[in-house]
Design a protein around this ligand. Sequence first.
Ligand SMILES: Cc1cc2nc3c(=O)[nH]c(=O)nc-3n(C[C@H](O)[C@H](O)[C@H](O)COP(=O)(O)OP(=O)(O)OC[C@H]3O[C@@H](n4cnc5c(N)ncnc54)[C@H](O)[C@@H]3O)c2cc1C
Ligand code: SF4
Length: 338
Amino acid sequence: MKPFAYARPADVAEAVRDVAAEPNAVFLAGGTNLVDHLKLGVARPDLVVDVRTLTSREVTDLPDGGLRLGAASTNSEVAADRRVLERYPVLAQALLAGATGQLRNTATTGGNPLQRTRCVYFQDVTTPCNKREPGSGCTAVGGYTRYHAVLGTTSALPDPTAAETCIATHPSDMAVALAALDAQVQVLGPRGERTVPFTELHRLPGDDPSRDTTLEHGELITAIDLPPLPAGTRSAYRKVRDRASYAFALVSVAAVISGEDVRIALGGVAHKPWRATRAEELLRGAELTDAAVRTAMEAELAAAQPQPGEGGGNGFKIPLVNRTVVATLRALTSEGQS
Ligand SMILES: Cc1cc2nc3c(=O)[nH]c(=O)nc-3n(C[C@H](O)[C@H](O)[C@H](O)COP(=O)(O)OP(=O)(O)OC[C@H]3O[C@@H](n4cnc5c(N)ncnc54)[C@H](O)[C@@H]3O)c2cc1C
Ligand code: SF4
């Protein structure tokens, strides 16, 4: 492991100043992702700034009826919170679908959405990877693509030598639920505070796959706000994976039904949690029959690009995610009728 300096600042303002002043500095929260990357040589910072005890660990009521999740609240604490269970079951279900009890006891609200891709080549420092080492190329194209993206990619077979190529997916379950809930991210940075809509926190690879998010260097997540939901809102998270626990999503679906509105976010299919806005438009006010949902999802997935690769590639994800959305909405609507 490359040696690095370690700092435990007194407060969030000092933590932001410390990271902003050192171009190769990172924040440390629960460490369940970052520490692995330090050991593997994937992350090679000069300075690690520990923020675990600096941000709030509380889940608090907001005046508008929403909830604020302090960035240091653990995934276990949020999943067990009575208000989350009653009002935002999609979030509790997504959290409980992730990792293991021990990991969830340590992983935080701030760190979970910022965990990095599980692309095997990203974690293998012997292989070219534009995300880890900009400009080196992308080993995943034509390689092991089972966990890779089908949406938001440039083509069915991107150029593996091009500096902008990356077909990685974002691995967080929590982030998919937060995207469907239209959560808001509270950020403190060198230029002060700002609020980032959760759907704008993550980015597609564009011309710089090394950047996962729209956060600037030194910006710290201090809390994530869940907006209030109208009475009668129903929500659920469904995750499809290779084994029943301790596995990342092949595909996942977070769905929220409020009156005539249906919000759908997809995991395991893109570089960011993917809001299925085309399908949402088609389903607004419609009767949510299996056929209507399937057709809306076909429209959403029309631009999907399956990636070839070892073991048959990842084209299976396109019908799989469609079926998973149908099953999730069917369960939610039959629940509402019972
Ligand atoms: C074996 C294993 C299985 C897993 N399975 C799943 C799974 O099925 N589903 C799933 O969703 N996750 C899974 N995870 C990932 C786990 O959920 C994440 O590692 C965890 O949520 C990261 O949170 P953390 O607080 O430990 O972050 P850290 O590891 O401390 O940090 C992660 C990143 O976020 C940055 N960061 C942390 N806090 C802040 C902040 N407040 N502001 C700005 N930047 C910050 C850090 O600099 C770092 O880049 C798994 C992990 C392991 C090890
Ligand atoms: S898909 Fe992205 S993370 Fe994976 S090897 Fe290619 S550039 Fe790296």
